[in-house]
Structure formats: structure tokens, C-alpha cells
Design a protein around this ligand. Structure first.
Ligand code: GRF
Length: 246
């Protein structure tokens, strides 16, 4: 992905608080060979994401006209971006930009796509829709971006159980926890060429997220778990979510 074995240069677009950007910054600091966050840009001047980037000395930019493809392409070129990551970015990226970065642009979404995605499905609405549908499993998805919201090929997913007493907020917190665990290693894998978008439009390659994601929610339940083929914990939690009933 990047030239000469140097870590991939990642531009992050974010509209909100930027906790996913923070996860990327922390990953890059802990493992400088994985990737480097070269730019953080936002359509909102006051986005917390920009403050988080500035605090780490990462250049920031305000996208005054998010639909202006030429300006965005110029900004990304100036940053030397190999990869673009949409981390809570609420604007549609112009098609000329998604085309230029085909296979090199990722988005993180707080559901198991293709369920509960698409225009207008962001933030609390996603989790409210999951609960309204009575879904027993939700999760986080990182996908390659194309010209439509939340449609591109799935790069990585991480399920979480939905509990009978969940609120949109409690479910959002559980999913956000795994977003932070899933996004950085996925970006690193794409940056290193270990995960690619194949000519058939599907992701190719494998990687494993770091096994450091256990945590308990307020009710003392495990809030996240690692996907592994041999993960008894995953099977147990999904099974538990499935049989609970509402
Ligand atoms: C995350 O749930 C992300 O999946 C969604 O918006 C939220 C952004 O959170 N697209 P943050 O700004 O990264 O804290």
C-alpha cells in the first residue's frame, strides 16, 4: 500500500467526538510500523476529533465544502494519504474521491452491515432500529467505501450480543467498544496490503484483531469478545443472546 515499506499514511475524516480516531492515534503510537495518521479532517469546525488530532500533533483541516471532490482530492494528495478512513463521518464522500481511493477507503459502522445501514442510519438511530427489530445480535463493521452509504464490501466485523434490557445507549456503548478494537487492526491490515478489495468486489485476506478487548459493562457482563474460530466465549454469548427472548 505505501511505498518502500514505510507505514501507510492514513487520512481520517470525522464529524463527531472522534473516539475512533483516538483509537487509531493510540494504535499508531503503540505500533509506529502499523500506520501513521497523517491528517484529520472534519466538516464541523468544532468536532472533537480535530482537537484529539491536534493534541497529538496531527495536521487538521476543515472541509468547508464536503461535496467538492477536487478540494478533497487535493487535500488528500497534500497529506500524501495512502488510505482514507471515515470514522464517524456523516457526509457522503463524492464519487470521484471514492473512485480514486477504491480499495483504499474504509468506514466504520455500528451494526452488522448490510443490516441497519444506509442513508440516515447513524448514531443512536442505528441502535434504536436494532432494538425495534428485536435483533439478538448486533456489532461493528468496517467496510470498503464505494459511492453509496454503508454499501461497500465488508472488510471486518465483530458481533456483540443484544440484551433484553438494552437501551440504544447501552447497546451503542457495547458496539463502540468493539469498533475501537476492530478499526485499527483492520486499517493496519489494509495499509500493509494484507487485506485488499478483490476484482470481484469482495475483501480478500485475513488478519486477527489483538486479543485485548475484554471488559465488563455496568451489569458486569462481558462487553466485548474476540472473534476466533475457537472462541467458546463468543459462542456462549451469542447463544445466550439468542435464547434470552425479550
Ligand atoms: C461510531 O459509532 C461510528 O461507527 C459511527 O459514528 C460513531 C462515531 O463515534 N459512524 P466517534 O466520533 O468515533 O466517537
Amino acid at each position: 500500500m505505501s511505498d518502500g515499506g514505510a507505514p501507510a499514511r492514513v487520512a481520517v475524516l470525522a464529524s463527531g467526538g472522534g473516539s475512533n480516531l483516538q483509537a487509531l492515534l493510540d494504535h499508531a503510537e503503540a505500533d509506529p510500523g502499523a500506520f501513521r495518521v497523517a491528517l484529520a479532517a472534519s466538516d464541523r469546525v468544532g468536532a472533537g476529533a480535530l482537537a484529539r488530532a491536534a493534541a497529538r500533533g496531527v495536521p487538521t483541516a476543515h472541509l468547508a465544502e464536503p461535496a467538492d471532490a477536487d478540494r478533497l482530492l487535493a487535500l488528500l494528495a497534500d497529506a500524501g494519504a495512502d488510505l482514507v478512513v471515515l470514522a464517524g463521518y456523516l457526509r457522503l464522500v463524492p464519487a470521484a474521491v471514492t473512485r480514486a481511493f477504491a480499495g483504499r477507503m474504509l468506514n466504520v459502522h455500528p451494526s452488522l452491515l448490510p443490516a441497519f445501514g444506509g442513508p440516515g442510519m447513524y448514531g443512536r438511530r442505528v441502535h434504536a432500529a436494532v432494538l425495534a427489530a428485536g435483533a439478538r445480535v448486533s456489532g461493528a463493521t468496517v467496510h470498503f467505501v464505494d459511492e453509496e452509504y454503508d454499501r461497500g464490501a465488508v472488510a471486518a466485523q465483530w458481533p456483540v450480543p443484544v440484551f433484553a434490557d438494552d437501551t440504544p445507549e447501552s447497546l451503542a456503548a457495547r458496539v463502540l467498544h468493539v469498533e475501537h478494537a476492530l478499526l485499527p487492526p483492520t486499517v493496519a491490515a489494509v495499509g500493509a496490503g494484507r487485506l485488499t478489495l478483490g476484482p470481484d468486489g469482495r475483501a480478500r485476506g485475513t488478519f486477527r484483531a489483538a486479543p485485548a478487548v475484554h471488559g465488563n459493562d455496568a451489569a458486569g457482563r462481558s462487553a466485548a469478545f474476540l472473534i476466533q474460530d475457537d472462541s467458546q466465549l463468543l459462542r456462549t454469548q451469542i447463544a445466550d443472546a439468542l435464547v434470552r427472548g425479550v
